[in-house]
Design a protein around this ligand. Structure first.
Ligand SMILES: Cc1cc2nc3c(=O)[nH]c(=O)nc-3n(C[C@H](O)[C@H](O)[C@H](O)COP(=O)(O)O)c2cc1C
Length: 246
């Protein structure tokens, strides 16, 4: 095993940070690594809003289910799909096709992951904040995002505090990677994984603000989180920002 594979295979989300800031060198190294990420047709349709203003950080936290680590982390970056830059260069291109949303979302996700991996490689830790989309219209206003820019995910980065939470079990390879053609769900393998997750959750109950009533295993988790992740206002919001009209 090499050090990159070791790092990736030991990934675990960190939700507790000391108040030690990152050095400028660390911050720049993370940005540089993230900015070199592959980009669809080199459109580079991503912008990062780094939230340094404490009042704004608090406001974003409130808009993102009050997750305390948004305020506590040394760094908080919001990754946005950004076609505003491209639009200024090529104003006659119709950006209302849904493919642009896929391109921007994919590029932003890849870039965010490279930022997190770069941070982890330096002994730092982080947590993504999909919760930034819970009040996306208000967040868009607060960040002064123009048309063709949408905030997709936040990333808290900092020095880990407390114990390492340990690896969260993932689905086995047979359920995730198929040779040549898709395979139906194997109930027996699923039951084994569900049992593994029951044990994981028993040892580490979900903490506020994500207290859930009866999460026992992965199947319960899926039912609960699928239901809560609908965000029915999203299509209207995307259309307003100039995305996904056709
Ligand atoms: C796009 C995305 C959004 C996420 N949003 C949140 C979030 O808002 N709050 C949070 O505590 N964790 C969030 N997470 C972290 C996941 O809960 C975490 O990655 C998952 O439970 C697996 O745990 P692990 O990363 O420790 O292996 C998010 C992860 C991703 C990829």
């Amino acid at each position: 095993m090499n050090t990159t594979i070791e790092l990736l295979s030991n990934h675990t989300t960190i939700r507790s940070f000391t108040n030690q800031p990152l050095t400028e060198e660390q911050r720049e190294a993370i940005f540089k690594a993230a900015n070199q990420t592959s980009s669809f047709s080199l459109l580079q349709a991503v912008s990062i809003i780094r939230i340094t203003d404490p009042d704004l950080r608090k406001k974003v936290m409130e808009l993102s289910a009050n997750q305390p680590y948004i305020e506590e982390a040394a760094e908080f970056w919001i990754f946005c799909a950004d076609f505003n830059r491209n639009h200024q260069i090529a104003p006659n291109v119709d950006l209302e096709y849904i493919e642009y949303l896929l391109i921007g979302t994919f590029d932003a996700g890849l870039m965010a992951q490279n930022a997190l991996t770069a941070a982890e490689s330096m002994g730092l830790g982080g947590v993504y904040i999909g919760g930034v989309r819970l009040h996306i219209t208000e967040l868009t206003e607060v960040l002064h995002l123009p048309k063709h820019v949408i905030p997709l995910v936040g990333l808290c980065i900092g020095h880990p505090a407390g114990e390492n939470p340990g690896l969260k079990p993932r689905l086995p390879q047979s359920m995730v990677m198929f040779d040549n053609q898709y395979q139906p769900l194997d109930e027996e393998t699923l039951a084994t994984y569900d049992q593994q997750m029951r044990e994981y959750y028993r040892e580490r109950p979900v903490k506020a603000p994500f207290t859930v009533k009866k999460v026992k295993g992965w199947k319960d988790h899926i039912e609960d989180h699928l239901e809560r992740s609908k965000l029915p206002f999203m299509l209207e919001y995307l259309n307003k920002q100039g995305f996904a009209k056709k």
